[in-house]
Design a protein around this ligand. Sequence first.
Ligand SMILES: *Cc1c(COP(=O)(O)O)cnc(C)c1O
Length: 216
Amino acid sequence: MDIKANTSSLLKSLPGHVRLVAVSKTKSVAEIKASYEAGQRIFGENKIQEMASKWEALPKDISWHMIGHVQRNKVKYMAPFVDLIHGVESLKLLQEIQKQALKNNRIQRCLIQIRIAEEESKFGLPPDQLNAVLEAAESMSHVKVIGFMGMATFTEDQAQIASEFKFLNSLFEASKKKWPKLTTLSMGMSGDYPLAIECGSNMIRVGSKIFGRRNY
Ligand SMILES: *Cc1c(COP(=O)(O)O)cnc(C)c1O
């Protein structure tokens, strides 16, 4: 795997409005450095301890994104440094993020993860609760919701994936009219990011296409 070359060619291939989150979970500091050398500055992790130790070891101009499921009791460990939390799926979690952001004197940027997959296992806020959460976020001084995140069903059926992405995009477009600070739509991974971009994504989360397959 030539991580530096993979990062360069992926960055070059993306439309200008699409931001790349390089998903570096399970990968070493040296591997992240190789991607960094190609100009990549946003890295995504799904475990707080792993992200914190990489944050300590790597250059401070890296923007760290928490892309995984977030437990409320772990928010305090990411609050000092995480740039964007993708997986906010409840009001209770948002309230804890507000509390910890206040303690750290930071404005915490967040995405609301919305349940779009048909399959049962996926996390996310049911779409019918979205407005209530966005309303509540308005009164939180140290939380800034800047958009939505979604994960499509794990399937080969491109039509189904496309319809889930399009659904989230239509929710995003409709919500933007009421909340103009919604600017970010995070959808698409190694296997489906070109389709996600076609369906309106402007932030993709790509791991294996850059770093190779993961050994858990
Ligand atoms: C692991 C992960 C990715 C990246 O997956 P790849 O298929 O390796 O690109 C993207 N998003 C989330 C939420 C992940 O957990």
